[in-house]
Each structure stands twice: as structure tokens, then as C-alpha cells.
Design a protein around this ligand. Structure first.
Ligand code: XIL
Length: 383
């Protein structure tokens, strides 16, 4: 049964005034190699690259990327370099890519991304050292502590001296989706995972390389949910255990439509409680999927997506979130267009509806969408 994406935070969309008319993105005022994001105020406007708009507010904007596409598609590589100051490998740093056989490490595809980051002054976010998916066939879940120690030493050790890799999702999606899928009601951990194992994972990571930022990453925690309550308890447990944990990754795969109310109050509470725990909320995998009922036009859908980006990011920036990563930059390569991941009920058996899967800032022709302008506006209005 493929990994099923549960419905996550749902939100109605606000009828915000029409976003900025789609202007042509101004040619970067910066040197072609984008060696720096610091630009003088009179250059910046909402048509500037997102990385520059973010930098102007001391923030970072980026996207998940794939090494094979980076090498095959020059237009995609140029767009990433122009718009992103941080990137996350889509799969190149998952266990099945880095340790396909016990004790045998491979980093070619991840290193290709690291080299790209070096060339374009982009931070690299390491995703991920511990996950129930993306595992080689030989690896059980949860892995033994011995397997974890060998993996963390091998992978974090390889990037210890990296100038671009700045952070790790030390653990990903360790909270079960509901109480039937856990044997620990306090922390709601996936079956077989003990809190002490996650504590020891973080301790081992710190013993290998404590120069990076450490995150605990999960989805379905962007509001007052069964999952977010247990995620916060797990963060508190790790803090109280004295482990190094710098940030909490809120994946933010968000599902919006006119039928669902967004839990703004619950989301604000999660952000506040993380800040109170001194664990920075980071937006790690943001994309906005409009689900049933679908609007009757692509134009309306794009506006719903844009409004949802603006509303969500306004709340994030009000809570001083300083890093926003979308799970992809262009609809051309969104994971949600893959039959394994798209919402089964609405889309999987209706290819004629796949054109409505438009969750990202740029369309399949790498043209800016109203979502991109909404993100730009959110950065511009951030205080
Ligand atoms: C997804 C990738 O985008 C897909 O290409 C892959 O087939 C499966 O994993 N949460 C995560 C990411 O933490 O690692 C997942 O990425 C999406 C959900």
C-alpha cells in the first residue's frame, strides 16, 4: 500500500484583493552568478527573485530539487539559481540513496546538488537521516541503534566540512497519523519507535557534527491536531533530555478548498509553543493542493492557491519564521502530479483533472504564477 498522503490542514481561502498583476520578472540586477543577495533597496520590488525578497527581510526562500533534473534541464537549473537561497534534495540524501547496502555509502547525486549550491551561493538542507520511507530493502523500521550510528557517522561525516550544508532533518515523520498506528499514546510515535531511540539519534548526530542546525520534521502538524499535540510533546521531551534540537520542520503540504476551514488559531498556537520551546518553526515542504470541490477554471484555482500561500505565509512571518521551502519550484516537477502521491479520490483515476494539480509558484513552462506573486508579496510585507 503506497505511502498515502492523509488530508492535512484544510483551509478555506480568503477573497483577498487581486494579487499583483503578473509582471515580467525584471532581469536580475545582480551579477549573473547571483553571488550575493544583498541588494540596495531601490532595486528590490515584488518582481525581484524570491531569494532576494526573502534576504531583504533576513529570511531564506527555497525549494526541493532533484539532481537528475538539475543536470538535464538548463532552464530549471537557472530558475532554481535565480529564485532559491536554500534547497532540499528530493531524494538524494535519503537512506536508500546514501547507504543502499549496509555500510556502503554513495554520495554522487547528493554531491552534484552540493556542488550546484556552492556555485550559486545556496544553502543545502539535509533531508533525512531517519524515515519510515525511502529505505533500502535491507533496512528495518525502526533501524537498530547500531545501524543508526553507522548511517549517521557515514552521512553526516561526509558533509561535516561542507560549506553549503547548514541543517539536517535528523528525523522525519516519526509521529503516527492516528492513535491506531502507535503504541505510545503520549508521543504518538510510529509502532516500534521508542522516544529514547530518537533521543539517542539526536545525541549521535551531535557527536558527529554539532555545527549544523538539527530539525525534527513532520506533516499534519500545521494546526491543532492529534498529531501536532504529540509532535510538540516529543519536541519538549527532546529538549528536556538535553539533546541539541534547533528547529521544527512543518512540512506544510496543505490541502485547501472552499469546503474546508483553515485552523488559523491552532496553527498560531503551534508556532507560539515552538517559539516558547526555543525550537524555531521552519516551513520545509510547502505546497498547496486544491481538492474537491475543484473550481471551474484554472484561473480560479490559481487564485485560490495564491490566496492560500499569502494567508499561510502572513501567519508564518507574524511568528518570525525565517525559512520557507516549497516542495518543488515548478508544477512541471511537483511530486503531487505522480499517481503514487496525488489525492486518489479526486485525481488518481481522472487524468483529465490532473491539470488542476498546480501547487507551486511557477507553472510547467517555468512562468511565474499568481502563487509566486503572493509569496513575493508576503515577503515584501513581512515585518
Ligand atoms: C517524496 C518525494 O517528493 C517523492 O519524489 C518520493 O517518491 C517520495 O518522497 N514528505 C517528505 C518527503 O518528507 O521526503 C516526501 O518526498 C514527501 C512527503
Amino acid at each position: 500500500m503506497p505511502y498515502r498522503r492523509k488530508f492535512l490542514t484544510r483551509a478555506g481561502y480568503t477573497t483577498l484583493s487581486a494579487l499583483l498583476t503578473m509582471g515580467f520578472l525584471q532581469k536580475d540586477k545582480q551579477k549573473e552568478d547571483h553571488s550575493t543577495d544583498s541588494i540596495t533597496a531601490n532595486y528590490i520590488n515584488v518582481n525581484s527573485p524570491l531569494r532576494q525578497l526573502a534576504a531583504a527581510k533576513g529570511k531564506r526562500y527555497g525549494a526541493a530539487i532533484s539532481s537528475d533534473i538539475l543536470l538535464k534541464e538548463k532552464d530549471y537549473a537557472n530558475l532554481i539559481a535565480r529564485e532559491c537561497s536554500i534547497v532540499t534534495p528530493n531524494g538524494e540524501l535519503k537512506w536508500n540513496a546514501t547507504e543502499p547496502q549496509p555500510g556502503q555509502f554513495t554520495f554522487e547525486s547528493a554531491d552534484a546538488i552540493a556542488d550546484f549550491c556552492q556555485k550559486h551561493n545556496i544553502d543545502l538542507h539535509g533531508h533525512t537521516l531517519f524515515w519510515h520511507m525511502g529505505r533500502p530493502d535491507w533496512l528495518p523500521y525502526p533501524p537498530t541503534l547500531k545501524m543508526i550510528e553507522r548511517h549517521v557517522k557515514g552521512v553526516m561525516g561526509h558533509y561535516r566540512k561542507s560549506k553549503v550544508l547548514k541543517s539536517w532533518d535528523i528525523a522525519n515523520e516519526i509521529i503516527a497519523d492516528n492513535e491506531n498506528e502507535t503504541d505510545n499514546l503520549t508521543y504518538g510515535l510510529r509502532k516500534g519507535v521508542k522516544p529514547e531511540l530518537i533521543r539517542d539519534l539526536f545525541l549521535i548526530a551531535a557527536s558527529v557534527d554539532n555545527s549544523k542546525k538539527f530539525y525534527l520534521n513532520d506533516f499534519g502538524i500545521e494546526g491543532a491536531t492529534w498529531k501536532s499535540e504529540r509532535f510538540l510533546k516529543m519536541v519538549e521531551y527532546l529538549k528536556n533530555s538535553g539533546v541539541k534540537i534547533d528547529g521544527a520542520g512543518l512540512q506544510s503540504h496543505l490541502w485547501f478548498s472552499t469546503a474546508y476551514g483553515f485552523d488559523e488559531k491552532g496553527f498560531n498556537s503551534v508556532l507560539k509553543r515552538l517559539n516558547d520551546l526555543e525550537v524555531k518553526p521552519i516551513i520545509t515542504e510547502l505546497d498547496i493542493i486544491i481538492d474537491t470541490p475543484l473550481p471551474d477554471s484554472i484561473k480560479k484555482l490559481d487564485q485560490m492557491v495564491a490566496d492560500s500561500y499569502k494567508r499561510y505565509l502572513d501567519l508564518c512571518f507574524a511568528a518570525k519564521v525565517d525559512t520557507v521551502i516549497t516542495w518543488g519550484l515548478t508544477d512541471r516537477h511537483s511530486w503531487i502530479r505522480h499517481p503514487d502521491w496525488m489525492p486518489r479520490k479526486t485525481f488518481r483515476d481522472n487524468p483529465n483533472l490532473w491539470k488542476f494539480l498546480r501547487p507551486l509558484p511557477f507553472d510547467e513552462n517555468l512562468q511565474a504564477k499568481s502563487a509566486r506573486n503572493a509569496i513575493a508579496q508576503a515577503f515584501e510585507q513581512a515585518t
